[in-house]
Ligand binder design. Sequence first.
Ligand SMILES: [Zn+2]
Length: 315
Amino acid sequence: MSVIVGIDLGATRVKAGVMQAGRVVAVRAENLLPEDKSERGIVQRLAQAARAAVEDAGIPWDSARAIGIGAPGAIRMAQGIVTLSPNFPEWREFPLADRLAERAGRPVVLDNDANVITLGEAVHGAGRGAGDFVCFTLGSGVGSGLFVGGDVYRGADGMAGELGHLTVEPEGFPCNCGNRGCLEQYASAAGLRNMVRRDRLFGDMTEAAAQDPDLPQRLYEAARNGDARTQGYWDEFGYRLAIAVSAVLHALNCRAIVLQGGLARAMPAFMPRLEAELPKRGYPAIMSSARIVPCELWEEAGVIGAAALAARLQA
Ligand SMILES: [Zn+2]
């Protein structure tokens, strides 16, 4: 029986998963080494990871039909090209799909990581049967994907659904996209760091605390233990996210907003403010017809979505 390989490529890690009959039967997760980050290095590394995952599943490589990849950055899906990726600064107009297809001897399809996660939730997760929906990935930044009319909507250049750069505060924190006050600068780990720095929450220890990878977890636990000041950060998180959700609902009138990413696990801390804010931010008929729900696939969405993308290639 044939299998599909889904690859979730992150800034520092690669995860290759094997899908058979709609189920993940093996996942291989490995850290990237510095030499893996070149164009030549990544092709070799991804080909190895794909084969290793199939072997882990106890399946011969000959049974692997196709490979799907979700990668960070600006991607022209039709050509399989990464235009540029801030996480891989050496890449320029890099034809990753073709290079990996040559190396692995299988057809390869490539899309932006947030789009792939959205497709995964659409086919196997919280978006199943939901019709049109929008998926926000709340993590170190904010990614998003638009699922419209039965597929991910990609726009003219494959860059539709960059909702992390919706303006939620016109004169807010500067963003690396060139704008100020983007959603990503509030409703993400970067956003929590911005707020902590703004208020010097930890006094002289603020900078060290802001750089702590565990800061979001620390703030979450403090808020859940009743610390009012820390809860204020989650309230701001929910408030800014509500502004963006309102814009999206007015644009698409979709029935569901799916929250993905590690910080979606903090929904108990930020949802009360988000839900209190939404009814004040637009047409009641639009706002009240959408549900805001957690994802179902969590960390597996990238692998499952990439496999779903490759399965469509073959269909
Ligand atoms: Zn931005």
